[in-house]
Design a protein around this ligand. Sequence first.
Ligand code: GLN
Length: 501
Amino acid sequence: MSGFADYAKLDATALRDAVVSKRTTAAAVVEAALARIAALDPRLCAFSSVLAESARERAKELDFALARGEPAGALCGVPFALKSNMCLEGVEAHCGSKILAGYRPPYTAPFVQRLLDEGAIVVGTTHMDEFAMGSSGENSAYAVAKNPWDPARTPGGSSSGSCAAVAARMVTFSLGSDTGGSVRQPAALCGIVGFKPTYGRVTRYGLVAFGSSLDQVSPFTRSCRDMELVMSVISGADEHDSTCLPHPPIDPDRSDSVRGLRLGVPKEYFAGGLDADVRARVEAAIQQLVALGATTVPIELPHTEYAIPTYYVVATAEASSNLARYDGIRYGVRKPGDGSLQGMIAATREAGFGPEVKRRILLGTYVLSSGYYDAWYVRALKVRRLIRNDFDAAFERVDLIVCPTSPTAAFELGEKSDDPVAMYLSDVMTVPTSLAGLPAVSVPCGKVSQGGKALPVGLQIIGPSLADARVLRAARVFETATKHQSELYALDLSALEGAAR
Ligand code: GLN
């Protein structure tokens, strides 16, 4: 492969140092990224588009700026990818849906612009479940991304391609979106770091809406220090999004200890449905945190069992409202139908939306319709409050909560695609935090052996509202002490190179 030889071995922090200290150039880094994508992506299907020309041009500009002695940005020369539901001016954002085929946003989302302004180089957009609805990537209308640890398995979803792209070290970091777990769950299944911030810490302007009270732009990185860096760049106030908090960007915690931290262990997350091997890894991880000086406190989050039904009322209600804008007039494709206005709208939606999206629009419209609104939607909002109250009560006694991210390791493609409820249950451990708006990270905590394959497991660390920096610090301390992230660098992908889809 061409370009900077050490490209795939370095996290963003180290790669930027290599560029800025002139051990390599941004141009050589981009060539290495493009070569890796060309070698691996035919098999992994992470990328929807590769922006080779613009990436090369931007790298050249950055190299010139460095040669002139201009100050280097915090992510100078670091290649990244965007989920296809994010706006980058002029680049197709199809959202995994046929209805947005050919849609090219006229502006760049501020969270993307902030990365570009720090010298990060966007090299492509990635495959995803249609409108971010799914947990495996299989609801994409285009292509289904594969898990680099075993291409017969899902990388998780809905941010499948963004996750696989980082896990296969084609890019150094990427952005996904997490509505009910779509960054944390794939991060766990692919052995990388995924973080959903406190709701409102990152602007949603330029992120295609699914469930507006839940959606958060959420990065994938290969190390926790990279996560702290990327979050410090993309978070912070934005006048374009009224739900974006006025707080300053997340300032990485300077402490490198977990000594004295009280970790709540919720019994509901260690109940039936949790794979025994996954449980063993997560329990061992918690013991490692104890060995590092933290203490554990058994806690209860009694409304956890209502989280999935509550989420599927709230998220579908919001989706049915958000997706009403796709009518063949304003965005994307148009089908004429019988030539009448109603006929055109119906034909466009019939052809443009896939089965899962239609199911959710129907469900969401139902729970919002008169006569059912109080019984379903209003009740779900009340239960959502109870779920948040559980967390608030727990955080009076503990500093963080630790639990698994996903009840299982990566499952096989096709295993759950015919059973929506089984698919919905893969988010049972991430959805409660989304409903409560809390920050949560998934950090690698070892591997299990299944079907002859070694598959990663994620530890989830949840914090109180606005304690994003504390969550990331604990994850970093754990990562530094255990070195599980080094397993990613040992993953041999040569068997996938050059193979056809
Ligand atoms: N899997 C969940 C769903 O299908 C969460 C998706 C997400 O976080 N975007 O809604």
